[in-house]
Design a protein around this ligand. Structure first.
Ligand SMILES: [Zn+2]
Ligand SMILES: [Zn+2]
Length: 156
């Protein structure tokens, strides 16, 4: 199951849990991300917001969210940055630093959506002595379940 379950908490509580005051724009951005099964480009989030939210406020909100672990950046190799909600705290483990990317991301090449595969475990690589990873990124490309012709065939 790819889609995070946020139904147990409201956007307001989600923000409070992460130390942020639930202002109007913050709640709206969390609501937009909650509704999406996939990570969104900043333009996609902004398009879903009311016209009166200016660009500067929007980007300040996103940066603030990143700092507080509300969203994480999904850097694909297609040159676009996307954002997804952080479902839980990612603790540092083993040889990898505390990372928002401690789960694989999957880019569907058909529908151009990027999914957080938070249920897919990642084995920490064993690094040679003296090596220390600063960031880590696991990125897969392929076809998502919605776009998979095999799956659709099975469903008749
Ligand atoms: Zn797809
Ligand atoms: Zn993710």
């Amino acid at each position: 199951m790819f889609f995070p379950d946020y139904s147990s908490t409201t956007s307001e509580n989600y923000l409070k849990d992460r130390g942020l005051r639930p202002t109007r724009i913050r709640v709206m951005v969390v609501d937009i991300l909650k509704r999406q099964p996939s990570a969104l480009k900043p333009q996609q989030i902004q398009e879903a917001l009311p016209q009166d939210i200016d660009r500067v406020t929007f980007y300040r909100t996103i940066l603030n969210f990143e700092r507080h672990g509300v969203v994480h950046r999904v850097a694909g190799d297609d040159g676009h940055v996307r954002y997804a909600l952080c479902r839980h705290e990612h603790a540092s483990s083993g040889s990898l630093p505390r990372s928002e990317d401690h789960h694989p991301h999957f880019l569907c090449q058909r529908c151009d959506r990027t999914f957080c595969l938070e249920e897919v475990p990642i084995q920490d690589p064993i690094l040679p002595v003296g090596f220390r990873a600063e960031t880590v990124s696991f990125f897969l490309r392929g076809t998502c379940a919605d776009c998979n012709p095999e799956k659709n065939k099975d469903l008749g």
